[in-house]
Write a protein that binds this ligand. Structure first.
Ligand code: AGP
Length: 591
């Protein structure tokens, strides 16, 4: 969940690192820091806060030197403080380490190292790494050999970078179960959790496998396996669309990502029909199909479940990835597991997929970020092609996931092209839904910004859209919200509805309309303020969010867009930063 970056080359390193940290902030933004090697000195600057604040506070921009590493943090071990921010150093202050992941045996290592005389200054798991390296270097090992020697002692997941006065022109990196990618633009070299960090400079990359080590040095880059054998790697080119991440004229990435959904849908539809037909056949032939995902990706999967059942006549289950392991007993080689993840690196999903692979299941992934850990673990991969999503809240990737499930379900009945054509027609409807509702959503967000609870209800294929709307509201505006099947309201939650309680009712004029409206009336009778998301007007609504009439299996796509926008405006009206919600990060790489 943290972002790490290293640069070694001929340019001034620190400005490159600072810019990269801003691009990596989606991975964590509670603290940040840099370490720079210059004139025989190791300079470490770090603090709690966002990258821009720290740059200003510590006047970082003018620090000289051509070798530097940096870190942006999402705290796991140790509070959000200046001391716990990365880089971390050893007792002598000669090495600096930035780390993404969790060292699970850090407590035990810390005790051993303390007994041996090491002094710790932070509460982090990371700090064991520089102290372990210190001992190896004292024994005369080179920095890369020291990294190779300590790696087997570390349990858990990591990607870390080291810069040291003992070998000043170098940066050493290694990884296990966390991403690390090298950017090549000889004689300049970059290494980071995400190629996005160095995307303005190069799209030529080389990836590291688990336990491999990379050494960036003046004018060269070298790779080694876990035994220290030299490896030869070929650079590959990243798709340039993945590197664009400007806000443009928008105030926030989230707003831009909501607004660009019509275009995103067009990109997502460009898929290989043959691959879809093959995967659809695998799904139909399997003994059982399980979809696993977290958060918004799981809600997209729940829509997918309805589509599979309705179109493909194929029942499947959706299991929360953090719970998947507890069902692993029933997974076998006749099971198809579909993993859905925007980032492709969510730890719970990765773990579930590993369990599925161990049980010999066939794994299909639906991913946005290219070259992810999940892609490497899967037999087949479907890419969302919706470009980098920078806001922590998923919006355009959610829509793309819905489109993929729509295409897959139609592929089950040999109707991929029909589905692609319907999705093509839908993109103009998405623009329309934004135009129609913008001012009403702004009005609503002003009126309702001080409400403490929201409820979202819907039925059938639209139920997961209610959950998605509620999740988005909680995540970025910090208002408590619950989404549920409308029929469940009367089984307990209705007790919480009182005068003025906002209830968002997703009730398109489809097979769910009448029953959902009845549930809305039950809430209104108790005084609820009803926000109807529908193509059919009704007196029951206190506010009508109008959506266009579309094919009934496409309603989730037109209904979710205004819900994302409502959450956005509520966040803005409450003074929250929708792109960087508190306590959260875009890539959740811890369990
Ligand atoms: C969505 O707005 C959230 N940020 C979150 O629930 C997210 O969908 C979840 O963490 C899963 O991420 P993934 O799709 O990258 O696996």
């Amino acid at each position: 969940m943290c972002g790490i970056i290293g640069y070694c080359g001929q340019k001034p390193a620190v400005p490159i690192i600072l810019e990269a940290l801003k691009r990596l902030e989606y991975r964590g933004y509670d603290s940040a820091g840099i370490a720079c090697l210059c004139d025989g000195k190791l300079l470490i600057e770090k603090d709690a806060g966002k990258v821009d604040e720290i740059i200003r506070k510590r006047s970082l921009a003018d620090v000289p030197g051509n070798v530097a590493i940096g870190h942006t943090r999402w705290a796991t071990h140790g509070a959000v403080t200046q001391v716990n921010a990365h880089p971390h150093s050893d007792c002598s202050g000669s090495a600096a380490v930035v780390h993404n992941g969790i060292i699970e045996n850090s407590e035990q290592l810390r005790q051993e190292l303390t007994r041996m005389g090491h002094r710790f200054t932070s509460e982090t798991d990371t700090e064991v790494i520089p102290h372990l390296l210190e001992d190896e270097i004292k024994n005369g090992l080179s920095l890369e050999q020291a990294v190779l020697n300590i790696a087997p002692k570390l349990e858990g997941s990591y990607a870390f970078l080291v810069a040291s006065l003992n070998d000043p022109g170098k940066i050493i990196g290694t990884r296990r179960n966390n991403p690390l990618v090298v950017g090549i633009d000889a004689p300049d070299y970059y290494v980071s959790s995400d190629a996005l960090a160095f995307s303005p400079y190069t799209n030529q990359v080389m990836s590291l496998e688990d336990n491999e080590v990379v050494v960036l040095a003046a004018g060269k880059v070298e790779f080694f396996d876990a035994r220290g054998n030299k490896l030869v790697k070929q650079a590959r080119q990243l798709d340039h669309t993945w590197t664009e991440n400007h806000k443009g004229s928008y105030q926030h990435f989230m707003l831009k990502e909501i607004m660009e959904q019509a275009q995103v849908l067009d990109q997502t539809i460009h898929q290989d029909e043959k691959t879809f037909n093959t995967i659809a056949l695998d799904i139909l032939r399997a003994r059982q199909v399980i979809i696993t995902a977290c958060g918004s990706s799981r809600y997209a999967a729940l829509v997918g479940r309805y589509l599979f059942s309705r179109v493909g006549k194929r029942f499947c289950d959706v299991v929360m990835a953090s719970e998947f392991g507890y069902f692993a007993d029933s997974v076998d080689k006749n099971t198809v597991v579909i993993a859905v993840s925007q980032s492709g690196e969510t730890a719970d999903v990765v773990d579930g997929v590993k369990a599925a692979r161990a049980a010999e299941a066939q794994v299909i992934s639906i991913i946005n970020r290219p070259n992810s850990i999940l892609a490497d673990l899967s037999h087949q991969v479907i890419h969302l092609n919706c470009g980098p999503e920078m806001a922590v809240a998923a919006t355009k990737s959610f829509l793309s996931q819905l489109a993929i499930f729509y295409l897959l379900s139609f592929a089950m009945v040999n109707a991929f092209e029909e589905a692609a054509a319907k999705l093509t027609d839908l993109s103009s409807e998405l623009t329309r839904v934004l135009d129609w509702n913008k001012s009403e959503l702004i009005r609503l967000s002003r009126t309702l910004k001080d409400k403490s609870d929201f409820y979202y209800i819907a039925r059938g294929i639209n139920f997961a859209i209610a959950s998605e709307g509620a999740l988005k509201l909680k995540e970025i505006s910090y208002i408590h919200a619950e989404g549920m099947p409308a029929g469940e309201l009367k089984h307990g939650t209705l007790a919480l509805i009182g005068p003025g309680t906002p209830v968002v009712v997703v009730c398109p004029a489809d097979y769910t309309f009448s029953e959902t409206l009845s549930n809305a009336i039950e809430a209104k009778t108790r005084g609820a303020y009803i926000i109807g998301v529908s193509d059919r007007e009704s007196d029951v609504y206190d506010s009508w969010i109008k959506i266009p009439q579309v094919d009934e299996l496409l309603y989730p796509m037109v209904a979710v867009v205004p819900l994302h926008l409502l959450a956005y405006y509520l966040a803005i009206n409450r003074g929250c930063d929708p792109d960087r919600p508190r306590n959260l990060a875009k890539s959740v790489t811890v369990k």
